[in-house]
Ligand binder design. Sequence first.
Ligand code: BG6
Length: 516
Amino acid sequence: MNEGSARSIPSNPLREGIVTRSAPDPCTVVIFGATGDLTHRKLIPALYNIAADGELPPQVAVVGTARREKTDEGFRTELGEAVRKFSRQTVRDDLWDGFAQSLYYQTTDFGDPEGFQRLRTRLEEIDQERGTGGNRLFYLAVAPSQFEPILKNLKAAGLHKPPEGAWARVIVEKPFGTDLASARHLNEMVSAAFPEKDTYRIDHFLGKETAQNILVLRFANAIFEPLWNTRYIDHVQITAAETLGVEGRAGYYEGAGALRDMVQNHLLQLLCLVAMEPPTDLSADSVRDEKVRVVRSLRHYSGEAVAANVVRGQYAAGAIAGKQVPAYRAEANVNPESTTETFVALRLLIDNWRWADVPIYMRVGKRLPKSGTEISVHFKKAPSVLFNKESQALDQNVLVIRIQPDEGISLRMQAKMPGTSLRIEPVKMDFHYGTSFGKASPEAYERLLLDAMSGDATLFARRDEVEQAWAFIDAIEDAWSAAESAPPLCQHPAGSWGPDEADALLARDGRTWRRL
Ligand code: BG6
């Protein structure tokens, strides 16, 4: 099926609500990096869960490929253990046994063109055996240094060209480059083998249930959109906090830091969903056209403006939930003098009519006191007449979108406390996914894999989005590395909400961070 086209599905009276997803096509999912962490922790558990939910057609095969020698049986046993450890649902032996029969392993050295010829032969055999129809989804779950040889060899083996009537798509994992120049280079490499419509750049935040719900909240309800602008919104906060530290990923993280690791992709994607204009329809390109306009409208900072609007921090030793944790610089494989930021706070402005003069505050960090990602929209105060004539202390209305955990939405408003006198207190209207729908949300990778199999790229980043985001980030990185304008790297104890400078960033505007 072509990107963006909405295939109508037969209506099912047992299904409630509006359903707009198309069924995934039969296909072979070819995972490069089959022995890696991502495959074990996320990809195979996701595929098992969608199979267990009955959403995967029986004609889907998964071929894992990596350099290590392994048999199909060995691969299946190893993945069985991983799925039992990482699956969202308890694994049922009968279901797993059936699913495991669709798993295959093919040893391939990514730099060896002949290995790709053998892969091609194997895929053709699997097409015959399982009726996968020649459709192929290549998943690059490898370090970026491996992208080039894989893409070149896929092309040399003719695997990028699908057989007549079938499709070939590629999913590229993050990090998608480390700056604009490297992202462009990577985009060139990918586009030399696959057209943009068949390129799926993963940002797993877009697959989170609550991230998808942002557009539903905004555009399936009539009451928010008229208020969603500079006239009624005072400011927006986006927080992505983790209690975890760098967790053995120092090799990657040292060269990335929080700005590249989280802001360039996940946080800017969330911002786009909050700030975009309504798209003309729900096709992948209409949605992404609107998202990219938000990134293009971001005010770029350079030099002094970076120091004034962006705070970078790094965790020192401290305690989280009563447990002592080491400083970032004392973590394994981290340079003891590292200047990599593990915390960033930003004050952003979107220069368009809807958002003129509405600051967007973002903060992200590791080893913070609590894990949680949320977006809060703070509305302007009611006019200073009537109830808040004398008392200026009346709170703002705040709409909170909890991305994770405890997914849901709450709205804070003012109410009169019961009693004979007039006392006004803030109260909360709260919606929790868990209690309202009574079932767990699927993992982000489940949704994204299904979408890629059905040809829907809406929740994947387009080339221009990624490049625009890097242009914004590069200006900040440049200022950080320029000796004359580099703002300080502010240390904060692990288990605190970042350095004092992050609080000062809001205090300057007369605001404070929302407590999670
Ligand atoms: C990844 C980052 O993309 O997202 C990690 O590389 C981060 O550093 C992770 O921990 C957070 O994702 P989630 O889904 O656990 O919130």
